[in-house]
Each structure stands twice: as C-alpha cells, then as structure tokens.
Design a protein around this ligand. Structure first.
Ligand SMILES: C[S@@+](CC[C@H](N)C(=O)[O-])C[C@H]1O[C@@H](n2cnc3c(N)ncnc32)[C@H](O)[C@@H]1O
Length: 250
C-alpha cells in the first residue's frame, strides 16, 4: 500500500460543494467518514445497499468467465466483495484516492489489488480492463468528462462500464418522503453515528445536483461509450447504468 499523505491542505476540512465538488475536499471528507462508512450505509439503506451492489456486480460480469475488472471509487471495497463472490476467478483491481477508505478495503477483500489513484488520471495502460465499475462515485467527480474519457481509455474495445448511482428525487408523495428523509433524518442519524453531519448533508445534496439521466448518457457517448437504458432500483432511488466501449475504438 502506498504511504498515507499527512499534509493538510487549506480548506480540505470543509464539506465539498454539491454539484461542483473539489477533489481535495471530497478526498478529505471520505478520509474523515471512512471509519463509520459501512455501518452508516447499512443503517441508512436498511441493508438494501448490499443487494444494489450485487445487482451491479451481476450486470458487470454477465457472460464473462475470467474478466479483468477495475472497481473505481472502490471505497471500503463492498462492490469488489460482491464481484469476488459472483466470480471468484475474476482479476480484481480497486482504485480510490482516499487512503482511509482503501485501508478498510484492504482488510475486507484480501485478493483485491488496491491502487491509490484519482479517477481523472488513472495509472493504468490503455485497454487494460474488460470491465470498470463505479458505485456511488460519479457524482463526486470534479470533472465527469475527464473521468469518463479515462474510463474509456482503460477499457478494452467492447469493454463494459457499470455505474451505480443515486437518482434525483422525483415529484409526488414518494419524492417528498425521500426529501424529508435525506434533508432531516439522514444528517441527524449520521451526526449521532459518525459526527459528520456536514458530510451527510453533502451526500443527498450532491444527488439533487446530479444531472438528469439524458445529460449523463450524452456525456458517456461523448467519451466513446454507448450507454444502455438505465435500470431503476428501489422504486427509483438508485439507477444502474451500463455502457459499452465501441468495438473499433483504440
Ligand atoms: C460514496 S463512496 C463509494 C464507495 C464504494 N464504491 C461503495 O459502493 O461503497 C465514493 C468513493 O469515491 C471515491 N472518489 C471520489 N472521487 C474520486 C476520484 N476523483 N478518484 C478516486 N476516487 C474518488 C471516494 O474517496 C470514496 O471512497
């Protein structure tokens, strides 16, 4: 594992700005909440988050016997664990820029090759992977276009990108309940468990600032990735989106 960076950057302790997150603030925020990240995921989703990751792993691995997979924004390694459980023969890499999150992943998934890396400048050769997965990471990128271009570069032709991400709240009663939960209950539960209310205010706010599906699909296409129709999970709370790299791309 690479050495932990201990230098404090000015302003890094502030929560990132939803919709325009700064990389160093995102990294510092995940370093701060890493210790309670898994517990809060289980608590706040009522343990549903595990089934979302299993669905993403199944979509990522479909039809592939021994794929090379990069789990980008691997965090504490829960998607990597789901990938490993679904396909023990897969060659798995996990990349993230939060050292504290990577430390937890290292304890959890022993066979996972962990790399400290920024999604906007991946330290991998072109066409290195059959599959890239990104769960709950895309909305934290400071430059999605650049990250998608990097993902396209490291994917083999016909390679597959699978994104799992929260979808913005819809109108109506369900949307109102979700806004109440995210705006009121979630930061308070998080404050009790993780002493990081700012982080757990940022997370739902960043979902609300996320571009609508059509815009995201257009961004993927601009990067040379052909998106399929997104699947909606948990009554529209989460979206699962796959995209294929063109067969003729370098
Ligand atoms: C919400 S967590 C998701 C972790 C994991 N994928 C999961 O499903 O639980 C987002 C992760 O993305 C990482 N991340 C955000 N932006 C990144 C970037 N530009 N490069 C690398 N990692 C990034 C964060 O450090 C954090 O670990």
């Amino acid at each position: 594992m690479p050495r932990v960076q201990t230098t404090k950057l000015r302003g890094a302790d502030a929560a990132p700005t939803p919709g325009a997150p700064e990389a160093r603030q995102v990294r510092a925020m995940f370093d701060r909440i890493a210790g309670r990240y898994d517990l809060l995921n289980r608590l706040l989703s009522g343990t549903l988050d595990r089934s979302w990751r299993r669905r993403a792993a199944a979509a990522a691995l479909a039809g592939l016997a021994r794929p090379r997979v990069l789990d980008l924004c691997t965090g504490t390694g829960d998607v990597a664990a789901a990938l490993r459980a679904a396909r023990p023969e897969a060659v798995l890499f996990g990349a993230d820029f939060s050292m504290e999150m990577l430390r937890r992943a290292a304890r959890k998934e022993r066979g996972l090759r962990l790399v400290a890396a920024d999604a906007l400048a991946l330290p991998f050769a072109a066409a290195a992977f059959d599959v890239v997965t990104v769960a709950f990471g895309v909305r934290n990128f400071s430059d999605r276009g650049r990250a998608f271009a990097e993902i396209a570069r490291v994917l083999k032709p016909r390679g597959r990108l699978v994104i799992l991400e929260f979808a913005p709240a819809r109108r109506g009663l369900f949307g109102a309940c979700r806004r109440l939960y995210c705006g009121f209950l979630l930061p308070r539960i998080a404050a009790l468990c993780a002493q990081s209310p700012a982080a757990y205010r940022y997370l739902p706010a960043s979902v609300d600032r996320f571009p609508p599906p059509a815009e995201l699909l257009a961004e993927l296409e601009r990067a040379g990735l052909r998106p399929e129709a997104p699947q909606s999970l948990a009554f529209g709370v989460v979206a699962l989106c796959s995209a294929l790299k063109d067969a003729n791309s370098a």
